[in-house]
Each structure stands twice: as C-alpha cells, then as structure tokens.
Design a protein. Structure first.
Length: 188
C-alpha cells in the first residue's frame, strides 16, 4: 500500500483523514497466475492498484485472444467502459504473474469524492495518466512489424522479459511466426 500512497502523494499530499479512510476501505487481494480478475460478460466493479505482479487485458475474436494492454507494478487495472457504465465487459483481465493488489469499488470511490472533494484532483490526474498511457500503447501498434517490436523494446523492455512471445505478438498485431523472425533478428 506504500506504493499507492506515494503515487497519490506525488499528485497532491493526502490529508491525514483521507489517508486513514483509504487505509480502512482499500481491500488487499491476491490473485494466482492465470486467474481472472474479470471475465467477459461480467461487470467491472472494482479498480485495482498493482503492488506486485503483471496482468493483461484481452478479448476473444474468432477463437483467438487479442491482447489490448499489459499492466505491472504501480499501475491501475480495470475495464473503464464497464466500470464507469456498469455494463457487461467484452474483456478479460488475467494475472500473468501472481498479483498483489489493493482494490476499491465504484461506490466506495464515489463516496470518497463526496467525503473528500480534494480527492477529485487525484481522480482527474489518474484518469489523464491512464488516457496518456492508452495513447502511448496505441502508438506501439503503428508502423511495420519490426518498428512496432523495436518501439516496444525501447519503451517497455521489461515486457519482453515477463510476457509470453505469443501474447506480445497478439498485442503488437503480428503473426506469431513472423514475430519469432523479428525477435530473432533483433537479438542477432
């Protein structure tokens, strides 16, 4: 939880009362590798902050899993459209490594906004950061296959070490066999 409070304090120092309230309501959770935090057809009811581990968000199309994004330590994890509108998600969120997270429900989040209006600044900055992160990740899918892989290596080298090649290939929209060749050429 220390990492979360550091992130929040970096945005704007939390008042003691708000810090205490968050400590009481944040739910510590653990998920084993390959377990699901969300499955298609469910409504995303919680926002997770990753203290330790790695997860992915994907959807299924024509029998294939299409990876949308990956999230690791110090990142938030949820299906925004489903969470905000409380509708069924088309996405899955799956632990790629054992996860240690802290979570909060939508109702709890909105209650914090009512009780501590200063926390809206945190929500706004986090939302902007999530938007910018989505733009950066979308940018990774532009260019040739080799350019996409090289951008990933330059911006997120840790993913290449922590994520299966087939999941990276899906994320970058590269056929697995072609991805192997690109990856091999990058090593050579």
């Amino acid at each position: 939880m220390i990492q979360l409070f550091k992130l929040l304090d970096d945005i704007h120092l939390l008042p003691d009362a708000l810090r205490g309230h968050l400590k009481r309501i944040l739910k510590p959770e653990r998920f084993k590798k390959k377990s699901y935090l969300l499955q298609a057809g469910q409504s995303s009811s919680r926002i997770y902050f990753i203290e330790r581990g790695l997860a992915r968000c994907f959807y299924e199309e024509k029998g294939s899993e299409i990876n949308k994004w990956f999230a690791a330590e110090n990142h938030f994890l949820f299906a925004p459209e489903s969470f905000i509108q409380q509708v069924e998600s088309d996405d899955y969120i799956q632990a790629l490594e054992d996860l240690v997270v802290h979570s909060i429900s939508k109702q709890e989040l909105y209650e914090i906004y009512d009780l501590f209006p200063c926390f809206e600044r945190h929500g706004r900055v986090i939302a902007l950061n999530l938007y910018m992160r989505a733009e950066i990740l979308a940018n990774l899918r532009r260019g040739s296959s080799a350019e996409r892989y090289n951008k990933l290596l330059a911006t997120h080298p840790e993913l290449v070490l922590r994520v299966r090649a087939k999941d990276i290939a899906s994320y970058l929209d590269i056929e697995p066999s072609w991805f192997s060749k690109i990856k091999g050429a990058a090593v050579a």
